[in-house]
Design a binder for this molecule. Structure first.
Ligand code: CP
Ligand code: NVA
Length: 305
């Protein structure tokens, strides 16, 4: 309810709180590798509502809650009353009366907001059409493990102005970096989000200009979940927006590249970069587990305080 903390976008935490979660994620990764017992929440239950497909998010939350000593319950809207018209508000009230924390992956961002407004336990956005903040925790953790602070660095987003791109805009503000977005005309992120971050975020339709001297280049699929019917048309329009070695050659020396996955080799990223032995994309994926364990710990403890 009103004083319950949620994680619906990166703006729900202060920059200092985000930094603490990421540092704790780094620490929990080390503890886990050393075989430490991390079962701080025996008997806790995580409700997982997924209206869209997922590999990384589902596995990382489910495994993460097992590591913390609790239980994760996967709830498909198709098998619950959610797809039969029970209001999101009623579902939030009822489900939160039985579990300790909830993650939701869905379409409209308003759905997670409405659920959270009626939930007595923390709600985590596991991806909506507008934002994917959990991925940014993992991306920032991965950057910090390799390069330290990202403050003052130049990040280039290449591709669609989608949920990941919009989360990068929030990250630019919260982690204090410059973000250059290279997208085809007509595929820009939300204009009001851009306007409120115009001090550090800019649009450049030419990917080579956008990626010049970038410290980090990052991308995502050209057609997101729910846009499958646009896949072919988008593949033509987005063809000049591939992250490949030619594009990376204009970035800063030692620049890193990321992809939230799943990837389409030969579309938004070349097979060569995806399969390069020094790619950090697989660590980026694994860090979903560690960052989200730190996130769940933070939110469960905050809700108990
Ligand atoms: N990156 C990410 O969220 O992957 P999934 O869709 O597999 O969860
Ligand atoms: N933009 C992609 C991200 C998948 C993790 C989608 O929404 O499908």
């Amino acid at each position: 309810m009103s004083n319950t903390r949620h994680f619906l976008t990166l703006l729900d935490f202060s920059p200092a709180e985000l930094e603490n979660i990421i540092q704790r994620g780094i620490e929990m990764k080390r503890e886990h590798a050393a075989g430490a017992n991390q079962q701080a929440f025996p008997g806790s239950v995580l409700g997982m509502i997924f209206a869209k497909s997922s590999t990384r998010t589902r596995v990382s939350f489910e495994a993460g809650m097992a590591h913390l000593g609790g239980h994760a319950m996967f709830l498909s809207p198709r098998d619950t009353q959610l797809d039969r018209g029970e209001p999101v508000e009623d579902s939030g009230r009822v489900i939160s009366s039985m579990v300790d924390i909830v993650v939701i992956r869905t379409y409209g961002h308003d759905i997670v907001e409405r659920f959270a407004a009626h939930s007595s336990v923390p709600v985590i956005n596991a991806l909506t059409d507008d934002y994917h903040p959990c991925q940014l925790l993992a991306d920032m953790q991965t950057w910090m493990e390799h390069r330290g602070s990202i403050a003052g660095k130049r990040v280039c987003w290449v591709g669609d102005g989608n949920n990941m791109c919009q989360s990068y805009i929030n990250a630019a503000r919260q982690f204090d970096f410059e973000l250059r977005i290279a997208c085809p005309p007509g595929f820009e992120p939300d204009s009001s989000l851009l306007a409120s971050n115009s001090d550090r975020v800019s649009i450049e339709h030419d990917p080579k200009l956008a990626a010049r001297e970038a410290d980090l280049v990052t991308t995502d699929v050209w057609a997101s979940m729910g846009q499958e019917s646009e896949q072919r048309e988008r593949a033509e329009l987005f063809a000049p927006y591939q992250v490949n070695s030619e594009l990376m050659s204009v970035a800063a020396s030692g620049a890193l590249y990321m992809h939230c996955l799943p990837a389409h080799r030969g579309e938004e990223i070349s097979a060569q970069l995806m399969d390069a032995p020094d790619s950090i994309i697989w660590e980026e994926a694994e860090n979903r587990l560690h960052a989200q364990k730190a996130l769940m710990e933070t939110l469960i403890l905050a809700n108990r305080a």
